[in-house]
Every structure is written in structure tokens, then in C-alpha cells.
Design a protein around this ligand. Sequence first.
Ligand code: CAP
Ligand code: MG
Length: 430
Amino acid sequence: MPIDWYNEFVDQSYTPAEDDIICLFSCTPTSGISMKEAAGRVASESSTGTWTTLYSLPPRMRDLQATAFEIDGPYLKIAYPIGLWEEGNAVQLLSGIAGNIFGMKAVDQLRLIDATLPQAYLRNFDGPHFGNDGIRKLMKIHGRPLTGAVPKPKIGFSAAEHAEIGFETWMGGFDFVKDDENLTSTSFNRFDDRVTALTEKRDKAEQLTGEKKSAFINITADTETMKQRADLLAANGWNYAMIDVVVAGFAAVMTLRDYCSDLGLAIHAHRAMHAAFDRDPRHGITMQFLAKMMRLIGVSQIHTGTAVGKLVGTTQEAIVLADILREEKVQAVPEMALDQNWGHIKSAFPVSSGGLHPGLVPEVLDIYGNELVLLVSGGIHGHPDGTRAGAAATMQAIEAWQDGLSLEEKAQKAPELARALEKWGAYKPV
Ligand code: CAP
Ligand code: MG
């Protein structure tokens, strides 16, 4: 008696429909299982199937089955009918294409690389509230990267100490002060106190510099608390809220996207925990897919790596991530990304951060160009003359890159940069 039902989920002659969701996976089947069998099992478990044939299967159910339609070495494409997916519920999409399949005994390793989301799926999402042009207008910054820094050490300062370092950061020429991912509302630095202290220092910095200054203040907590914290940010004239989006969860981010949108707040997405599922090159979920989902559900920017700093991530990955976040039409990159037409969904900024200092700025800008949020934290607070000089040195490094000068040339008339180069040169931290 036949038991397995998997082969019905493979059809290499299938041409995907315009409104199918197409997923690209890489797969290492368990020994004894062919790639075709593994493909069928992945398609089955992520759509309508189960491990055995069933007693009752209404014929219309066939229309909801996924089809593995392309197998190329370890790569596998699966088409999912649009009818499988609840309108506007990104979490449900994950429960299918990024759910049980990673734990199936039939696959040794499985990696969800990317998914093409058709217009029929995008229709029910609003995406980022502002888009990159909107953010630039809001911040009155044109033709250069947006810049920011986290007070370091990452946690431990009181609200007043934190705000004082923030003030120095702004005065050095940076646009944003950022909370670190594990700073929320601790006994020694309560969220409300930090907002009050930063608001006062922001107003002072704006007055002194005549520039728009802002902050990514971390509201991460349970959803209801995040809403209250977002309210407080809006009441104090802030235009951003920061969320640790992976640990907070997709559903919470979806709720907060709409809530923040009503308050006029953009969302800075820190990706802490992403490497738990995207670091192994043959298993898990790629950063590309995470970035895509975050643009879909409406964050304004998300960390995408530096390639040259202290954290893992390649140059090619950074380029692909930047495209996924910024472009309206994203071109496929073999084995890394699929085509994506974002339609009405606005753009989001990539955020480059982690182990940067002025000496590495040109390399980062060679990768990303001007359309990014550049975070240099240890690399300004560790400047021999302090935070303000460190921020100034970073801004000088940006100017050098924009003017086509080497850092050494620029440093001749930029003393802060000269001092930074004396300390760090082009050192790449590990
Ligand atoms: C950077 C940072 C960021 C990382 C996150 C840190 O500080 O604040 O959290 O950049 O990684 O805590 O390490 P430094 P990613 O500039 O002092 O290194 O951007 O890759 O998500
Ligand atoms: Mg951090």
C-alpha cells in the first residue's frame, strides 16, 4: 500500500503562475533520500501535505499544493499558490515556508534563501511609512549617509551619562544617537528618564548646531509596553523608535509598524539574534530573506553588516541586502536572491555597523554608496580626543570619500581624522 504522498508535490514541467510565491532553498537531503524526494517533502510540509496518504482529500485541495518545479544541484525552487496565504499576515507565511521544514528528518540541512513576493501578496502590506526620501526630508539630510553612534560601553550608563555622550555625538556632527540592543529600561537607566534626558540634550544640540538631531531609542519589550514607549517618544518630538525586531518577533513588529506610523515614528530595526539562524551557510534562513520580510512589514531601516568590521557578513551579501532594501525592482543574484518587484512598497535604509572607525569609512561607502545609515560607535568614543572629535573625524572621512580624496590627504587639513588614523589606521577588528 502506498504511504508517502510526497511525489505529487514535484513537477519539473510546472510553470509558476504570476501570483505564486516562489521560494529558493538550498537542501542537503539525509543519506538515502534523493533530492527529488527531499524537494517533495519540503513542498509538502510547507503547504498542504503530511507524511502519509489520507483517507479523505477533496479534489480542490490540489489547487493549494505547493510544487517543487526546479532542482539544480543543491538548489530548489518551490511555487506556492497565493490562496494558501492569509492576506496581510506575514507571520503565517513564515509558519509555512520557514516552519516545520527545517526540522524534517528527511533533510540534513535546509536553507531558505529568498522568496519572490508577487503583487497579489504585497497588496495587503503597507511597508515602511516614510521611505528613504521621506526620511531624508524629515531629517533634512541630502547627498550623504545618515550617521549615528551608540554610547559605549553598550549598557551601564545612567540616563544622564548616556544623554551627555549623546550630546557629544550630536555636537561632533552626527545625526543620530542610538541605544544599544540590550539597553531598554533597566534599574540604572529607565526608559522614561533616558527619553527626558535625551530630549533636553537634543534640543540644546539642535539650537547650537542649527541641524536636525534625532535618536534610535530602544522600545523593545512586550507589545503593550512598546506602544506606551512609542507614545512617549512621539510626545517628546522624536521621529524614530528602535526595536530589536528578531527577538521582539514579527507579529509585534507588525503591530508596532502601524502604531508608530500613526505617531509619525520611523522604525530602526536592530537584528540581534539573526546570526543564530542565518550564519550557517547551508541551514536556516538568510539575512536576505529577513531583510525582505522586514521591509515588507514596514521597518524603515535594518542592520545589514559592514563586511570590513567586527561581525560576520561578506561584501557581496551587503550589496545584495542593500538592493533588497533600497530598490524598487531587485534583480536576481544566482544562489543569493530572486527577482523582486516591490511595487507600492517604499524603500528602507541598510544600516552598516559593528567595529567601524574613520579609517574604514571609505571601504564601507565603496560598498553602500551614500544611501545608508552609518553607525560608528566604539570608533568614535575610542578617539584619543573623545567622542566629539571621533564623530568629527568620521564626518571628515565621509567628506574625503565624497571628494575623491584619500584619508591621508584629507587628514592634512582635518586634525580629528589625523588623530583617528594615528590610532587605528585601517585596522580591521575581529
Ligand atoms: C556596534 C553595535 C551593534 C552591532 C550589531 C554592537 O557597536 O552597537 O549592535 O553593529 O551588529 O553592539 O556591536 P560598535 P550588526 O560600532 O562599537 O562595534 O550591525 O551586524 O547587526
Ligand atoms: Mg550594539
